[in-house]
Design a protein. Structure first.
Length: 126
């Protein structure tokens, strides 16, 4: 049975979806926008601050589900502008240790609420 994951340490879902779902030994975390859950607004600053907030939100859901950051096996990064890739990557590298999760990073036409970055992940208990 699928178990929804919800935490006030990450922004509430803005649609008909869960922040995360545990299915057996897997955790699927929905895309996390760079919204500060305390204010409901985007983090202030450029792509580095925005990426940091998206990853903090993602890690909060991972922790709430009882998983560890090292359990993350796949991430997908959505960028509104691929020109932000290098700075996003710089911040991203501070949140993960080797062996790094598999990752896709793609540019998209638009993101919800006009965000510049959104990050989702899959984690697996070992």
């Amino acid at each position: 049975m699928n178990k929804p994951v919800a935490t006030a340490a990450a922004p509430a879902a803005i649609g008909p979806y869960s922040q995360g779902i545990v299915a057996g030994n897997l955790l699927f975390v929905s895309g996390q926008l760079p919204i500060d859950p305390a204010t409901g607004n985007f983090a202030e600053g450029g792509i580095k601050a925005l990426t940091t907030q998206s990853l903090k939100n993602l890690f909060a859901i991972v922790a709430e589900a009882g998983f560890e950051p090292s359990d993350i096996v796949k991430t997908t990064v959505f960028l509104a502008d691929m020109a932000d890739f290098a700075e996003m990557n710089e911040v991203y590298s501070q949140f993960f240790a080797a062996p790094f999760p598999a990752r896709s990073a793609v540019a998209v036409k638009t993101l919800p609420k006009g965000a510049r970055v959104e990050i989702e992940c899959i984690a697996a208990r070992r």
